[in-house]
Design a protein around this ligand. Structure first.
Ligand code: MN
Length: 203
């Protein structure tokens, strides 16, 4: 039994209007129901194409389909994390082991946040806080599209979408205001869970 084409749009862990006033109901609806759905559909379609090409033995379209898997699959996975790492009960600052690790790897929480915001201001897609299992430390990444700027093996634990569809309807060109609003809804308990999961796999 093949497992291609089976991806589904995950439900939001809160209501569409739950992140207001920081992120509007309209933006969450468009972003989740249309944009995220589009990446799920694109991933399924590309996987179906690859399976058909394996059946027929005609691989002329396979390289393009593999590129589509990378783009749409990365889009799907990062949006899933993005929705999960926000909450109407979010905000504040990290605590516990995650806080300690941020301070160890970046010097201070403020230094991490300053660097993450710089990444988010410059990115053509996403800023990510990742755990790098090779160096065994946290890093910020600047991601263009969904997949350009990846560090192989690194596991994202916090994702911020800075594609224009993520903020333009609410904030216009004031991306910095959207980045500040994002910090009002970051669910640090979810980030800590992701950190604990990935470090237990690698340390
Ligand atoms: Mn998006």
């Amino acid at each position: 039994m093949a497992h291609h084409g089976h991806h589904e749009l995950p439900e939001l862990p809160y209501d569409y209007d739950a992140l207001e006033p920081h992120i509007s109901e309209q933006v969450v609806r468009w972003h989740h129901d249309t944009h995220h759905q589009g990446y799920v559909d694109g991933l399924n379609s590309a996987e179906e194409t690859l399976a058909e090409n394996r059946e027929s033995g005609d691989y002329s379209g396979s390289a393009a389909a593999i590129r589509s898997v990378t783009h749409n699959g990365s889009g799907h996975y990062l949006h899933h994390l993005f929705w999960e790492n926000m909450s109407p009960d979010g905000g504040g600052e990290p605590t516990g082991e995650l806080r300690d690790r941020i301070e160890e790897d970046f010097g201070s929480y403020e230094a991490w946040k300053g660097e993450f915001k710089a990444a988010a201001s410059a990115a053509g897609g996403w800023s990510l806080l990742v755990y790098d299992p090779v160096d065994k430390k946290l890093r910020n990444l600047v991601v263009d599209k969904h997949d350009q700027g990846a560090l192989w093996g690194a596991h994202p634990i916090l994702a911020l979408d800075v594609w224009e569809h993520s903020y333009y309807h609410g904030y216009g060109p004031a991306r910095g205001e959207f980045i500040d609003a994002f910090f009002e809804v970051v669910d640090w308990s979810h980030v800590a869970d992701e950190y604990a999961k990935t470090t237990s796999n690698h340390e």
